[in-house]
Ligand binder design. Structure first.
Ligand code: NI
Length: 270
């Protein structure tokens, strides 16, 4: 099989897993497909979350994309959320970029660190050596009380503990749409159809000035089976990105930390 085929297959598997816990994404996807003449909805990027333990950090997840021809494209630091991130891109610009963040566990409280260390002990090198680790969910036990303890200090930690390894969001490339050529038009269409957008930092994060504008839905709420009970909590959201050219005429391919910082809040409970 060609590399192109392997990449497409991997993203289909990650997408199908994402749809299982993000039913609104399927509805938005269908709405955009019906409202736009573009032959298909192209993804700008996907985002993955993890913890900064050496056996499960960014570089452990990224190796599966690097094996398919992806290369490191940028580094980002989200100090207030205690996160590092990197993005990876493929020389064939039609493949989605991959944005991977990791939580700096050592900056959290002892209570949170104890829970996250226990989670990390369930993550084996064997699991991480296969590309299906990218959509393997959680392979550890977690009580609802653990979840709430994490949530009290890091929404990111709580989300990862509850949902595990899977796409946190897919992102529609507005540049590849034909009828809806501006992000503001996409947002209007979504609101007309009752979808709720993340308004933290404004409905549109970024602008032409920083060569990237982004918006997103608020995450769906879906049931998570904890050890002791099943509770509906925020799952995943859908993002929309419009890129603008750099002075050299090429579309900017990086990310804007100030905007991504607000996008992270799409999985907040309120
Ligand atoms: Ni994103």
């Amino acid at each position: 099989m060609s590399q192109q085929h392997h990449i497409d297959e991997l993203f289909v598997r990650i997408w199908n897993d994402y749809l299982l816990i993000t039913p609104s994404a399927e509805k938005v996807h269908a709405l955009l497909a019906a409202s736009d003449t573009a032959p298909k909805i192209v993804n700008d990027h996907i985002a993955l979350r993890t913890l900064n333990f050496p056996h499960m950090g960014i570089s452990v997840l990224s190796q599966h994309f690097e094996a398919l021809g992806y290369t490191h494209g940028g580094d980002y630091d989200f100090g207030s959320k205690k996160l590092n991130a990197m993005h990876f891109e493929h020389p064939d610009g039609n493949h989605p970029k991959v944005f991977i963040s990791e939580l700096k566990v050592d900056e959290l409280s002892d209570t949170a660190q104890t829970i996250l260390h226990r989670i990390s002990q369930s993550v084996t090198p064997e699991l991480m050596s296969e590309s299906n680790c990218l959509y393997s969910g959680k392979c550890w036990k977690l009580t609802y009380n653990d979840y709430q303890n994490l949530l009290a200090e890091s929404e990111y930690a709580a989300w990862f503990a509850a949902w595990g390894f899977r796409a946190n969001h897919f992102t529609v490339s507005v540049n590849h749409l034909e009828t809806l050529t501006e992000l503001v038009e996409v947002n209007s269409l979504l609101k007309q159809h009752g979808f709720v957008l993340n308004t933290s930092g404004g409905e549109i994060k970024g602008s032409q000035d920083v060569c990237l504008a982004q918006s997103s839905t608020m995450a769906d709420k879906m049931p998570v089976v904890f050890n002791d009970q099943t509770v509906d909590i925020p799952s995943c959201f859908y993002e929309f990105a419009q890129r603008y050219p750099l002075p050299n005429g090429e579309l900017y391919q990086g990310f804007v930390a100030a905007s991504a910082d607000k996008i992270f809040e799409s999985t907040n409970v309120n």
